[in-house]
Structures are given as C-alpha cells and as structure tokens.
Design a protein around this ligand. Sequence first.
Ligand code: FUB
Length: 328
Amino acid sequence: MKRELLSSVAVAMALLAPVSSAQNPLDFGSDIRTADPSAHVWQDGKMYLYTSHDEECQPDFFMKDWHVFSSTDLVNWTDHGAVLSVDDLSWADNYAWAPDAAYKDGKYYFVFPAGTGHKDRVNPEKSTKWMGIGVAVSDSPTGPFKDAIGEPLWREPYANDPALFIDDDGQAYLYFHGSNFDYYVAEMADDMRSIKGDFQKMDMGGHEPKMEGPWVFKRGDKYYFTMPEGNRVLTYYMADSPKGPWEYQGVIMEQEHESNNHHSIVEYKGQWLLFYHRWLDTPESDCNKKQRHVAAEYLQFNEDGTIQKVKRTKEGVSDFAERLKMAP
Ligand code: FUB
C-alpha cells in the first residue's frame, strides 16, 4: 500500500513538473555565435530573427556577415544562413554590426551598419575606423539581400545600430546612434533608399542617454523607444509620436558583467517577447573568454502601459507552445 502511494506521488510530481527545459541561449542548431537580435513577425506568421554574427573568439567586433533564423514555436529554429556579407558591399569590408529589417510594399528591407578602417584603442587619434548605414532589399524575408544603393545612406557623420519602425500610416522611421553617441531619427523616403530632409537628434525629455541599439515599437496608441543605455542597461521611454518628445520610464533589464547588451521587442501570437544577447562561457571552445549568444524572455506590461522589469532566465520562452495552448 505504502509503495503504491509513493509511486502515485511520483507520477503526480512528474505530471506537475514544468514541461519547459533550459532554452537560453536559443538553440540555432549549431555553435554559431550570434548577437544583436532584431525580431520580426512577417505575413507568413513566422518569427524571424536577424542577427549579427560574431567570429569565434572575436577580438574586437570584427564581423563579416548577418544571419536570419525563423521559428513558429521559439524553440525549434531554422538557420537560413547569411543574408548579406560585407564581401557583397563595395563601400565596407568590416563591422557587420547590429541590423534591422522591415517589410514595405511587397519588399523586405534590411538596414545594417558596416564600415572599414581600424580603431586604435591605445592612441585614439590614430584610429581610421569609419561606419555608416546601408540598405539592402529582397523579395524574401530570408534573402539573399542586395545592396539597394551601392553606398551608405550618408558618409558623415558616423552612424551605427540602425532600427526601422513603420507606423500605421506606412511612414518608415530610421533610428540610430550617431555623433556624440546621441540618438537620432530620420524619415525614410517612400522608396526606402534615402531619407527625407535631414535627421534630427531626438528630444529625450531632459535625459541624455548615450548609445547603443535603439528599438522602437508601438502598443496601442503609445510609442516606446528602448535601448541598451550606455550600451549596458536596457531602458525605455514613451511618447505619443514616433519622433518624441520621449519621457523616461525606467529599466527593462539590468546589465550583466561589464559587457554590452542589444535587444528587440515584439508581440508574437499574443505574447510580448524580449530578445537580447548574453555573454556566456563557452567551455566547448578553445576560447577562454565569454562569447555572445541570443536569448529570449517574456515581457509583461502593467495596466498603464509601463513595462515590468525582466530577469534573465535559463528557461527563457521554452514553454511558448504550452502557453499558447493554455491561452483563453
Ligand atoms: O555587435 C556589434 C555591436 O555591439 C553592436 O552594433 C552594438 O549594439 C553592440 O551589441
């Protein structure tokens, strides 16, 4: 009798145990090193992640191409390979950094920072490094993408970490960080190959956040401007217009180690999600330093539209499919 009782308890415990297992970092089916995830849900109902691609044990963010991955359950991902490489560009040979993508009038647009030269960290005055923003286009979300202009949108001043947001009226906005590491916005022309007028430094409501990776989204009638402030702490601002003025709201995710973060936020199948990257030990590699991997967490909003702080977890969004089954 006692044995039967114990085995029923064991069965009950197994049934009650969470079905999720560790899923962070996301499993892309290989040991590819990914960073700077830009998440989008396109017309085919799949989640697409456009990422930059760290070389193994990369010494100083020398990066050569960008990848895209897709999924419908956020656990099983398909690596569609490199969508673009600096080898495809006539104006850059390095710094394939944080990209973004957008869909407009039947075409997929891929915006990316790239550059050339070398940063001299000891004698900065000897640095020759330069970076600009390019636009590539494709008929497919998985590319291949082709450089749409054959040169960057502009050469001076320095610009990095582009993010595209298309508002309900079809107007596309390009956000980036540029001179003095401030945040800027420009309206894209309808053909997505140039900007209308000049770009403008954004009014951050008295705050002066510095670099990097802006990410803008809309929820209801509110616009959210989110960023890894000081390239470490994910913070956010809200506004009634895509060009601000923005009002500081707080921290979404604290910094981890003395390392950068870069993120995107998107709603998928009724769940809001935060994609970001972590610097993790890679014992399977000969590299004796942390390397970057893309991870994901759920994001929750309060009644008033503010965002609840997010903690890094091992489970991440591994129970995404179960959550959908349980959704009302
Ligand atoms: O991945 C290269 C650079 O590191 C990105 O452009 C920044 O946002 C930071 O993540």
